[in-house]
Structure formats: structure tokens, C-alpha cells
Design a protein around this ligand. Sequence first.
Ligand SMILES: [Zn+2]
Length: 403
Amino acid sequence: MDLMVLLETLSVPRPGHSPALKQTAAMIRELLTAWNIPFTEQVFSLRYHQNFLMGLSILILSSLFALFILRRKPLPAFIAVAAIVLMLVLEVEFSVPTVSALIQKPTENIIITHTVPDAARELIFTAHYDSKTDFWDHIQRSYIQKRFPFFLVLCLLLCLWAFLANRMAFLRLMPFRLGAWLLTASYVIYAGFAFSWLGGYMLMDEHSQSFGTIDDGASVLVLLAMAKDIREGRVDTGDSNITILLTSGEETGLHGARWYVKQRYDNGRIAPLRPTALISLELIGQNGNLYYATSTSSGLFRSYKSDPVLAERLNKVWKGMTGNPMTVISGGINDAFPFLAAGIPSLTIGHDGNPGSGYGGFHSIQDNMARANPANIALGIKVLEKFIESYPPQPADRSSGSG
Ligand SMILES: [Zn+2]
């Protein structure tokens, strides 16, 4: 099996709205079948233009907000802002469809399970097989994301100004009005940036599409290779059940992982049968050292800490292999989020991209085969396999075991 040839086959733009998404799933299924690896599919409805529809709604509601502020109508202005927040909270925090329900299609998670008798734990590994092209990369978009609370407060203050200005004449004086208009204009510009982040992909032509080689093709490849090694007995899984979850719809709102967590754990209301941990792979296979993220966020309000015990265990394995500790980063938005939200200890890992573009240049044409580092892909497989093997099997007599 030539991993780089496989990676090249995976490296095609395969965003949620493209036919290539289905073709990629078919390719993975064919590969697993050829390798004699059993798998299941979990079909769900992908609201694949969620980001565009949210961006467009933000733009329309923000324009209405500006209009109401200019006319000093505080209640309608407040309602426009509240509608934005409500939509974002429902869609982004809780994956409850509002505007995104308008456009849907079926897609699937691909799940490989390796079970052992009397398993003491379950280790889940996940990577997403969809890709994305955006106006902004992961770093640039975080500037837009971080300013959201600031602009939210600004909008509320403008509503307050409109309310008070209708009652106090001095607040209608030109300096106040001018100030309010300028601040309103700055918010509308911000809303434009928010739209370009969320919906800008609709304006990108086919020649500027990301190949998704590192985000997250190589991670999928690493998990497929690991599944093959496990299947062929090259990994001692001890008393751990291993689940490999290849998700769809990560880039459109973590839909695949959210669906999995909802179906399996009812978002945390159903406790796992045995101790469970998740490793989420993001950006494995580019240059650099292995990183782990200290937290994962929804992209809006909620953020959860990664599991320090998992981090310590993996760091020890990595150090044993390379002599170096893992790079520590603050975190991002990825499939670990719904697991953490459901109370499952999780950790996101990848390569830090140094030397090179680091965490920049993703969701763009720069994410292509030239960015792949074959040695790091091989190391990625190895570190995960050693991580699995780092769990000592329980004593043979389980009834008198640790309990
Ligand atoms: Zn990704």
C-alpha cells in the first residue's frame, strides 16, 4: 500500500455541497472492502449550506438593524440583533436547524469497530473526510470570531442610544447622531466580514478550491492505515475496543460528529458502557512537531478543556518515540467539540506546520499535496498505534481486578 498514492486520490476538493463528498465516501468504502475491514455507515441529513445561510441571514438582519438604528427604532433594532444571536446559538451551539434546514442532503459517517472480549475501555479516533474552501484561513477567521462579543455589546449600546435619544433631546444632537451612525457603520462592516467568513465560499471559483490534503485528508489516511494494521494484527489492542469514526460535514458545523454523539450518547444523557476517550485528528501529516490543543470550541460561546490525562499519556508516547515533547496550542473548532460537550474526555492533535505555514493557509488552494510530509504521516500512524498499546491490559482475573 503506497500511502502517498492514496493521499493523492483523497486530495480532491470535497466540500459538503459537492458531488465529490459522496465519491470520497464511496472510495473509502471500496478501500475498506478491498482490505477486508468491516465497517458500518451512519446516514444523516447534512445541512451543507449552513454557513452560507447563516452568513446571509446575518447580513440581512444587520442591514435591518442599521436601518432601525438610523430611524431610532430601538425595539425592532433589538429584535434584529436578538434574531442573529438566537439563530447562531441554535445552529452553532446546539445544532438545531433554523435557516440551514432549507438545503439538505443525505451523507454518511463511516465507522470501523474493533472489539475485544471483556473490554476495559473504548478508544475512539476521528478525522473528517470532507474539505472546505473559504475566504479566510483558520487564523484569519479567528480574528472575526473573537470580535463577535464586542460587536454584540456595541449593538446593544446602540439600541440603548436609540431608546434614550427618543426621550432626551441632547442625545439627538449631531455629535451623538454622528457617533451612533459611525458605530452602526462599523458594525455593518463587521457583519460583511462575518458573511465573507461564513458564506464567502460561494464566491470562490473552482480553480481556488482547497484539496484538503492536510485538512483533513492525511488524518483520514492515517486512520485508514491504522485500521489496516489493527485488522492484520500488527497492533496489540490489549483490552481496548477501538472505534475509528470518519465523519462527514465537519466543515459545515461538525454535523457528522454531532450526529454520532447524539445517536450514541444522546448528547451526554446516555453514559458510555465503559470508560471512553476520543482522539480527534486535525492537520496530521504536514511538517513539524505533533501538537495537542488545550481546548475545543463551538466557534461561538462554549469552549471545553481537553483531557489532561490523555494529553499526558500521548505526550509520553511521543517523547518516547522522538525525544521531544508535543507542541501545545490553545485550540480551535473541530469534531472533538460534541464529545467534550457530552462529557467524553477528548484531545485534538495534529502537526504544527513548522517549518512552513503553521496553522495558516488552510481552506485554500495552499492545502495541497506539496504540503504533505510522508515521514510525519508514518509517524502519525505509529504514535497512535503506540498510544493504543500504552494501555496496559487488566489482570486476567477481572473479577478481582481494579473494578
Ligand atoms: Zn479540519
